[in-house]
Design a protein around this ligand. Structure first.
Ligand code: KIV
Length: 273
């Protein structure tokens, strides 16, 4: 049984996300990477689905998000866009397809929009990618910013620790968030920064701010679906709440299947032609 009110389900658009911020209605966001999962997520009432480049980790088994290609992202995003009926679908531009090259950035974003059916792109960074963001926005493609811990820069940061704890980095983040807002980004993700800083940024920009590891003062929250459903046993940072133990459910179900096949209990007489 769904606990989400099925009758109040307008399609989520960029203007609806802005309206939600204005009304103080929190925005529930989750990552997804395939058609089946996107359909379940959409039916549950999630407002925004991110086809994150975290697919590099949770779908492809890489240690970082750096190796994933735009073709990989397009494959994942095609399924998600077909599965999502109501949620707004955003796709990460992967590492190496937009930094320092506005023409490439526009070409990458256009490919995502043309080939997947998604509704916007997300890009990691602030002033250093300003021209790339501007070029994409000028083509009418909605852009979501991403500041704080930006995993595509893991080698620069030297790890996945909390960002912007010091005054200088915090001020840079505030300036970048205001810049993204003024440029017309439809939303800004803030990852793994102090809650007080995220609350301040949320109050000072008009774009909806979506937090992950950024406290409760943002306009919405996002988590990686495998993490929050407990499919990813090894990953449990402080900010993550586990809403299920799917790894356990799946493993037990598969154990039963293996047992039944080996015992020639599956298929039985009613399960064959
Ligand atoms: O790639 C991703 O899943 C993300 C979210 C964690 C925000 O960028």
């Amino acid at each position: 049984m769904s606990t989400y009110n099925e009758s109040a389900r307008p399609k989520v658009t960029t203007s609806r996300l802005m309206e939600m911020k204005r009304l103080g209605e929190k925005i529930a966001c989750i990552t997804s990477y395939d058609y089946t999962m996107a359909g379940i997520v959409d039916a549950a009432g999630v407002d925004l689905i991110l086809v994150g480049d975290s697919a590099a980790n949770v779908m492809m088994g890489y240690d970082t998000t750096l190796p994933i290609t735009i073709d990989d992202m397009i494959t994942f995003a095609k399924g998600v866009a077909r599965g999502a009926k109501r949620a707004f679908v955003v796709v990460d531009l992967p590492f190496g397809y937009y930094q320092g090259n506005p023409e490439l950035a526009l070409a990458s974003a256009v490919r995502i929009m043309k080939e997947t059916g998604a509704e916007g792109v997300k890009m990691e960074g602030g002033s250093e990618i300003r021209e790339s963001i501007a070029r994409i926005l000028s083509a009418g493609i909605p852009v979501c910013g991403h500041l704080g811990l930006t995993p595509q820069s893991v080698n620069k940061f030297g790890g996945y620790g909390v960002r912007a704890k010091g005054d200088e980095e915090a001020q840079r983040l505030i300036d970048d968030a205001k810049m993204l807002d003024q440029m017309g980004c439809f939303a800004i993700v803030l990852e793994k920064i102090p809650a007080a800083l995220a609350t301040k940024v949320t109050a000072e920009v008009s774009a909806p701010v979506i937090g992950i590891g950024a406290g409760s003062g943002t306009d919405g929250q996002i988590l990686v679906i495998q993490d929050m459903l407990g499919m990813n046993r090894g990953f449990s940072p402080k900010f993550m709440r586990r809403y299920g133990d799917l790894a356990d459910v799946m493993e037990k179900s598969l154990n039963r299947y293996v047992t039944d096949v080996k015992a020639v209990d599956f298929p039985n007489a009613s399960e064959q032609y």
